[in-house]
Design a protein around this ligand. Sequence first.
Ligand SMILES: Cc1cc2nc3c(=O)[nH]c(=O)nc-3n(C[C@H](O)[C@H](O)[C@H](O)COP(=O)(O)O)c2cc1C
Length: 266
Amino acid sequence: MNITSAKAIYFSPTQTTKKIVQAIGQGIQIPSIEDIDLTFAKSNGALPRIHQNQLAIIGSPVYTGRVPLPVISKLQGLKGDGGPAIIVVLYGNRAYEDALIELRDIVTEAGFKVTAAAAFIGEHSYSNPTTPVAAGRPDNDDIAKATAFGRMVREKLSASSRTHEMAPLSVPGNHPYKERGALLNISPDTIEEICTKCGQCASVCPTGVITVGSAIVTDKSGCIKCCACVKICPTKARVMQEPRIQQVMAQLTVKCSARKEPETYL
Ligand SMILES: Cc1cc2nc3c(=O)[nH]c(=O)nc-3n(C[C@H](O)[C@H](O)[C@H](O)COP(=O)(O)O)c2cc1C
């Protein structure tokens, strides 16, 4: 199959999905790869139609074992033309449950042939030095695996002349999908005494719910709990101190301490 260019499409508040999607793209070695970062895109925003001889690499984080709702709405305008797609989910070393099968279904419904799929591990959004979970991942080993996976996809694409000759791709997960976890009306807080009002928290918030003034005000109802604001804060003034999250993290630090490895499906 003659693939002329690729689009790397991802939602990635804390950048782990972005890193893996880009590493896969490097492994594929297509000269022209356009980045489409949906993190700050509007829902239903215009996405370019992706032609049959273009490859789409589509990445999403896993939230409560599913594709997050903001990703679903941002992918709504996605349209393929029967061309190949690679799908990838990033999860925080707990489990990805039905996220990969859900992303496969979304991307198939949008008109792509899902040719390859993968689940990689990224530092958990709620990881912190006291309760670390998958801290520092993806690391060099993960990136090398993502690049190697990209090379394998390239070989698979080169070996077949048309996507419709490829067998449907089977990935782990269940129908119906598991229930989404309840979205709590919480958000990270700011310790005003050590906050310098630099505004970096507001600049990385995908939903724009942080206002920087004489104090930092967060509209909790629009917060997706991605913790991009916590990870970027240079003075560690932004913290997720909600007791329910701290309790979950105390459990995950113990239960999910064993390193999980990326899984790939071709
Ligand atoms: C609301 C929420 C729910 C999450 N649920 C899961 C989960 O079910 N399983 C898991 O292993 N990680 C879970 N995570 C962690 C993220 O999947 C992980 O940190 C991912 O690497 C974040 O991607 P990003 O860096 O592209 O934003 C969750 C994170 C958030 C914010």
